[in-house]
Design a protein around this ligand. Structure first.
Ligand code: CA
Ligand code: CA
Length: 285
């Protein structure tokens, strides 16, 4: 089958230019620190006030403290809230959708029969004052009954932007996560998903994480959300706010068949596999 991870990707996965290109300019404390996230978008609202709100993102982490390598400093505060046990009261996402907790499953089409076009949005922010750039990538694996991909073209990502059945479209590679809102997104038309596909799995990887010695503990504000494309309304959002400091990829969630319906499972499991490793895990070589 042969999966090409590189072609068409101009810069920072080949020569190590990443740190130079991006470091210091894009991220340097201004965008992330004060304006984009500072207290408005993330602080206290999205992430639920206690875990991360206001402290992590709102000017402290990104603004000054986080960078020094003690990035995670603020994260543990979030931990109690996003594990299995906690059952926080349902809270509204800034996008208006239901905020899911890890392991939570949500009916998508049941009771919402017209739902067909979805957008899966992934967002993240990274702190790059230390001169590092982080290129996160979203991938979609269309899995058959054996939890494997029927072919390597059933992996939709930056080098394969449409699934064979046309149901999944990757909307473009973002190289730095700069800015708030969805940094990468994928569109799904549920009615077009081939009948042999049981699950549509969403992963997020860090490009060249191993070479750059990067991990998801250095990434903040990561989330996956689902939007109803028909009216633009957010259905749900799942903040990937666990301490992922040993993970270079995250199994974020999956849309899966349940009888004649589709559901979403907020998985949020950190992995130590890179993209090639995940591909192998799902049977593509
Ligand atoms: Ca990317
Ligand atoms: Ca971002």
């Amino acid at each position: 089958m042969g999966i090409n991870f590189n072609s068409g990707r101009p810069s920072n996965n080949l020569g190590g230019q990443g740190g130079i290109q991006q470091g210091g300019i894009q991220q340097g404390g201004i965008q992330q620190g004060g304006i984009q996230q500072g207290g408005i978008q993330q602080g206290g609202i999205q992430q639920g006030g206690i875990q991360q709100g206001g402290i992590q993102q709102g000017g402290i982490q990104q603004g000054g403290i986080q960078q020094g390598g003690g990035q995670q400093g603020g994260f543990p505060g979030g931990a109690p809230n996003n594990g299995f046990g906690a059952a926080p009261a349902p809270q509204a996402s800034p996008g208006g959708g239901l905020v899911l907790t890890k392991g939570q499953k949500l009916d998508l089409t049941k009771g919402n029969a017209g739902l067909d076009f979805l957008k899966i949005g992934l967002g993240w922010d990274t702190n790059t004052l230390q001169g590092q750039s982080y290129d996160l990538d979203a991938e979609v694996f269309l899995l058959g009954q054996t939890n494997t991909v029927p072919s390597s073209s059933h992996i939709v990502f930056y080098n394969n932007m449409v699934s064979p059945d046309g149901s999944i479209r990757y909307k473009g590679d973002n190289r730095d996560g700069q800015g708030s809102g969805d940094d990468e997104s994928v569109e799904i038309q549920l009615s077009r998903v081939s009948l042999d596909i049981q699950k549509i799995v969403f992963t997020v990887t860090i490009d060249e994480a191993i070479r750059k010695n990067q991990n998801f503990g250095q990434v903040s504000n990561a989330y996956i959300r689902i939007v109803n494309q028909a009216n633009g309304s957010e259905i749900c959002r799942f903040d990937l706010s666990e301490d992922y400091s040993t993970s270079i990829s995250i199994l974020a969630g999956e849309v899966y068949r349940h009888g004649n319906e589709w559901k979403f499972n907020a998985i949020g499991t950190g992995l130590t596999l890179d993209l090639a490793g995940i591909c192998a895990h799902y049977g593509a070589m």
